[in-house]
Design a protein around this ligand. Structure first.
Ligand SMILES: [Zn+2]
Ligand SMILES: [Zn+2]
Length: 345
């Protein structure tokens, strides 16, 4: 039986499991509107997750066929995975920010091998050792490329425009662009009085942007055309401050649990990143490639115990921090190095 939580005022959350993932589940929110129920995110594309989603809806007396629309916080497969299937069954529209729609389109249009080539090239650029890159080349050469999640994810029908109210009958839900975790991440501000009259201004569906006990992954945006322009960590910190200023009464995140004191949580995360950037400057007393920096950063376990795929994510996070330090003028690339090393200035 799916765990369903009633949040009051025509809002519920359903726990939809993410198979083989320490995060455990996505909180899919159901928002009642005058034209039918709308989902905020849908969950991972897996038969067991689908069953939980539909049985959660059934517990609310709803069929998936009644879903009127799907609002997506960001394109990641634990949020957007089941959107296509929901649309097939119900005819619902799917709405997403244009920057994440561009990621979906690019991923769908890429040749199967393109991603491997891109990753192999990128890993070489950041100074990954040959024994880390070799398995990618081998997989590419043998043609046994596992289907990656997101390759067939659904193209949205509607664009979420930052600052605007979504077209939802009888509800006031405003889109707030919060890039950082992905380029088109949005939080959704339900600008209605809190059902229990908690002090503050409405409620916030925060996606992965603001979670009570997790600092979301901030890596470089996976954009083959991005040379040095994007600064995802800078984007994230700016978006956090924007969310902190809303003064919401309660946050309804896409993982873990609902919480109050959004401003306090924002402050914690800003402090955490400031400390981390300062720590990295200490490491960069000597020139390091992004890979070498990732090896020396603090993770939730020692580097040699971090699995292959997670190392790629970790090095992307190291790059995002380097990008921020370079933008701030606190670190710079060392001229003539290949792969490029960085040093604190
Ligand atoms: Zn995510
Ligand atoms: Zn997520």
């Amino acid at each position: 039986m799916t765990q369903v939580t009633e949040h009051g005022g025509g809002v519920w959350s359903l726990r939809v499991p993410i198979p083989d993932n320490p995060l455990g589940h996505t909180l899919v929110h159901v928002l009642d509107t005058d034209r039918g129920p709308v989902l905020v995110d849908t969950g991972w594309d897996d038969p067991a997750s689908w069953d939980e989603l539909t049985s959660g809806l059934a517990a609310l007396g709803l069929s998936v066929r009644e879903i009127h629309g799907v609002v997506i916080t960001h394109h990641h497969p634990d949020h957007h995975g089941l959107s296509g299937r929901v649309r097939e069954e119900s005819g619902a529209w799917i709405a997403m920010h244009a920057a994440d729609t561009a990621v979906v389109r690019r991923t769908r249009e890429a040749e199967p091998g393109t991603w491997f080539d891109y990753l192999a090239r990128k890993l070489a650029t950041v100074g990954a050792p040959e024994d880390h890159i070799a398995p990618l080349r081998a997989a590419r050469a043998s043609g046994r490329m596992r289907t990656l999640p997101g390759l067939r994810s659904a193209l949205p029908d509607r664009e979420i425009v930052p600052g605007e109210l979504l077209d939802l009958a009888g509800r006031r839900l405003r889109a707030i662009w919060t890039p950082g975790h992905t380029p088109g991440h949005v939080c959704l501000h339900l600008e209605e009085e809190h059902p229990s009259r908690l002090p503050g201004h409405g409620r916030l569906f925060s996606g992965d942007h603001l979670l009570p006990g997790i600092s979301p992954h901030i890596g470089l945006y996976e954009d083959p055309d991005d040379a040095t322009a994007a600064d995802p960590l800078g984007d994230y910190l700016d978006s956090l401050e924007r969310i902190g200023r809303l003064g919401v009464a309660e946050v309804l995140p896409a993982h873990q649990y609902a919480f109050t004191d959004a401003a306090g949580r924002v402050r914690e995360l800003l402090d955490h990143h400031e400390e981390r950037l300062t720590g990295l400057l200490g490491l960069l007393a000597v020139p390091l490639t992004p890979w070498q920096l990732a090896e020396r950063m603090e993770w939730n376990r020692p580097w040699d115990q971090i699995p292959y795929g997670s190392r790629n994510i970790a090095v992307s996070e190291a790059e995002a921090h380097l990008r921020r330090l370079v933008k701030l003028g606190r670190a710079e690339p060392v001229a003539g190095t290949d792969p490029v090393t960085y040093i604190a200035v």
